[in-house]
Ligand binder design. Structure first.
Ligand SMILES: Nc1nc2c(ncn2[C@@H]2O[C@H](COP(=O)(O)OP(=O)(O)O)[C@@H](O)[C@H]2O)c(=O)[nH]1
Ligand SMILES: [Mg+2]
Length: 313
């Protein structure tokens, strides 16, 4: 524990190298990283967390880039986490490579970090949350988290974001896909990007129809649908206004703390699940399973009786 006190002090002082080191520790789930998180916990909770998700190629990085610029111009400190399963090794420009830091002030205020999706044992728990906590403790005003909405990651993001933005594009029947992927349920704001392309307005009215069909009790906040052309920086100021509007709504309605407590609960359940999972599936249990597979397959016994014995062993 002692060895982390200095690291914690440096993180609290917004020292970039220390922040980076701490994120690496939690990303690689290194022994002792929990001790670091223990010390940091009481310094978390001030940053506002914005999740940006949606299908690959929808323009999430371009939008994130525009938001970084806008927030930085307003003097805010920003931490950015870009989670891309295809990065960093298989090409695809990393967000960090694309952001042009306009001046040294911006360099000072913006910290971009890419993370791979690996490292979540059993897919039960995500280090995105821990990385966000580190940014949070370092005094960031906003944390932007970009994830590709094609699997588990969009659910992870909804578990830590205060505002979740789902980015879609006019073409290719994304609305239907989005429903399947569970994206509809987590969106606080929909952004229809690439609205320089044909069909944006038609797509928006289709989307709004679908939204109206959502169960009323689900729609505690009527998700806004906004149009952007991120490559021309169009609509980004309105998007930021909408984010801040949503923040205001959350705080005045009391949902802000309700959501954050829910996130905390989810996180604790996930961490316990992961711990139990690791503790349980030791070599001996796996061997036991292997050895009994044939007899279960041959119907000498059934999976359920086997499980009962396994849990007792
Ligand atoms: N025509 C058009 N292209 C865009 C727009 N926004 C982003 N793009 C392009 O779409 C491609 C994918 O963008 P990117 O931000 O990497 O998408 P991501 O995979 O969702 O992060 C890039 O070539 C962008 O330049 C837009 O509003 N209009
Ligand atoms: Mg991207």
């Amino acid at each position: 524990m002692i060895i982390y006190r200095e690291l914690v002090d440096k993180i609290l002082a917004n020292d970039k190298r220390s922040i980076s080191r701490a994120i690496s520790l939690v990303e690689n789930e290194e022994a002792g990283s929990t001790d670091l998180l223990k010390l940091l916990f009481k310094f978390t909770g001030k940053a506002y967390r914005i999740g940006i998700t949606g299908p690959p190629g929808a323009g999430k990085s371009t939008i994130t880039n525009c938001l970084i610029k806008l927030l930085s111009d307003n003097g805010f400190n920003i931490g950015v986490i870009a989670v891309d399963p295809t990065s960093p090794f298989t090409g695809g420009a990393l967000l960090g490579d694309r952001v042009r830091m306009a001046d040294s002030g911006m360099l000072e205020r913006v910290f971009i970090r890419s993370m791979a999706t690996r490292g979540s044992l059993g897919g039960l728990c995500s280090n995105i949350v821990e990385a966000s906590d580190i940014f949070d403790a370092s005094g960031k005003d906003f944390i932007l988290i970009e994830t590709v909405g094609v699997g588990q990651s969009e659910l992870d993001i909804a578990q830590t974001a205060d505002t979740t933005i789902v980015v879609l594009v006019p073409e290719s029947g994304d609305s239907v896909q989005a429903m399947k992927a569970g994206l509809m349920e987590i969106a606080d704001i929909f952004v229809i990007n690439k609205s320089d392309r044909a069909g944006a307005d038609l797509f928006i009215s289709t989307l709004k129809n679908i939204l109206n069909l959502r169960a009323p009790d689900n729609a505690h906040f009527n998700a806004e649908v906004l149009k952007t052309i991120a490559t021309k920086n169009e609509g980004i100021d309105l998007l930021l206004r909408e984010i801040l509007q949503h923040k205001k709504h959350l705080i005045s309605s009391g949902e802000f703390s309700i959501n954050r407590k829910e996130h905390l609960k989810r996180k604790i359940i996930d961490l316990v699940n992961t711990r139990l999972y690791i503790d349980f599936w030791k070599e001996q249990k796996l061997t036991n399973l292997e050895e009994n597979l044939d007899s279960i397959y041959n119907k000498s016994t059934d999976p359920f009786s086997f499980i009962e014995k396994l849990l007792m062993s």
